[in-house]
Design a protein around this ligand. Structure first.
Ligand code: FES
Ligand SMILES: [Fe+2]
Length: 373
């Protein structure tokens, strides 16, 4: 399934689905802006004079020059550096307007779709707000965001993110911290990846599963699933190198304490989150060509947390950065192997351990691959 061309994947995957592009704390003031990539497209996120957060194609409608350089800034107007066409913060210009995309803000997250008619967000809205409330996303700030490069097809990366069968081998530290998964995948406790006991005394998040239904009936909805798991043992309370607390508690945890759980969300195909009581990571998959993919990680902490006093960025990002660097090294070998003329994995996936990979692969084959004539 890897050989499908990038342009088909762009039309079927990148275009219709929503992307998390950032957090409201990144554009607190009028004129605050930053650029972000969705697939190969560069998008400008900017807060206008009416406090709307807008998303524009970072391409001048005149002769196609990039308008903004990569990164953050504060601007009064958008001005193209080539022939000085200028645009208001709502995208309107004297000669032409910028291409504008749909945005929604849920639970502090900024989402953008490049589609004229994006997928519906009914289930998504409910599930995201549930997580946002529990983990304090609306009153968070971005502590760090970093982009990583894979010389790998995006589907190889996604499939890796969708299972933890490989974790004990490839990610020993992650497996040590995220114990329930490791136990399950090592066969020690096959039920360990099930939702946390609802009677536990922490913050309970029910499992919801609206992620690419097996009957394919819900394809007009953005697919989403939410799951809460236990961490390894009493000494491990969050996703840090040694499992010890790493930042001030967030959301509902401020009135509770660490409860040795963490909650994951998979939405669409290109976004996921992992929340611990004291921080959240947002994972963005950015397919750029058939053999090149970027993945951006955004770390959220409580907005009042002070860097250097309440948290240390290097400690905060250690586990997930370490894990993605392991993936970069390993997935290059997978890309090489799956490029073999003789390789065909159909029917060889382990349903009990790779359920999400199976679901994605079936969905992709039916909705993307089989539509190509
Ligand atoms: S390309 Fe932007 S003003 Fe000419
Ligand atoms: Fe991995």
């Amino acid at each position: 399934m890897i050989e499908t061309s990038y342009s088909i994947d762009f039309e079927k995957i990148v275009l219709p689905h929503w992307s998390i592009v950032g957090h409201i704390s990144e554009v607190p003031n009028v004129g605050d802006s930053f650029t972000v990539n969705i697939g190969n497209e560069s998008i400008i996120i900017v807060k206008d004079n009416f406090n709307n957060i807008n998303a524009f194609l970072n391409v001048c409608p005149h002769r196609g020059a990039r308008i903004c350089n990569p990164g953050k800034s504060n601007i009064d107007r958008l001005v193209c550096p080539y022939h000085s066409w200028d645009f208001e913060l709502n995208g309107k210009g004297t000669n032409a307007s910028l291409r504008k995309f749909q945005t929604v803000i849920f639970g502090g997250l900024i989402l953008v779709s490049l589609a004229d008619n994006p997928l519906l967000l009914n289930n998504f809205r409910k599930d995201i707000l549930m997580c946002a409330k529990a983990y304090g996303w609306e009153s968070a700030k971005v502590a760090h965001r970093e982009t990583f490069s894979f010389n790998v097809n995006w589907k190889v990366v996604l499939q890796d993110y969708l299972e933890c069968y490989h974790c004990p081998n490839v990610h020993p530290l992650y497996a040590k911290v995220h114990g329930s998964e490791a136990q399950r995948f090592l066969g020690i406790d096959p039920t360990a990846a099930n939702p946390t006991n609802p009677n536990h005394d922490g913050v309970y998040i029910p499992t919801t599963d609206h992620w690419i239904h097996k009957d394919y009936k819900d394809i007009e909805q953005e697919p989403i699933t939410v799951y809460q798991n236990k961490l390894m043992n009493n000494d491990i309370v969050t996703g840090s190198k040694d499992g010890s607390p790493i930042a001030p508690l967030m959301g509902k945890y401020k009135n509770k304490n660490y409860d040795r759980t963490r909650t994951g969300v998979i939405f669409g195909f290109l976004n996921s989150t992992m929340s611990y009581p004291d921080y959240t990571v947002i994972y963005r998959l950015i397919p750029k060509s058939d053999k090149y993919t970027e993945s951006e990680i955004i770390w959220l902490v409580d907005k009042d947390a002070v860097e250097g006093k309440d948290y240390n960025v290097n400690d905060l990002i250690y586990l997930w950065k370490h894990t993605i660097l392991e993936d970069i090294e390993f997935l290059t070998k997978v890309q090489d192997g799956t490029s073999s003329y003789f390789f065909n994995s159909s029917g060889k996936l382990k349903n009990n351990l790779e359920e999400s990979v199976v679901r994605f692969t079936q969905w992709y084959n039916k909705n993307v691959r089989e539509t190509i004539q």
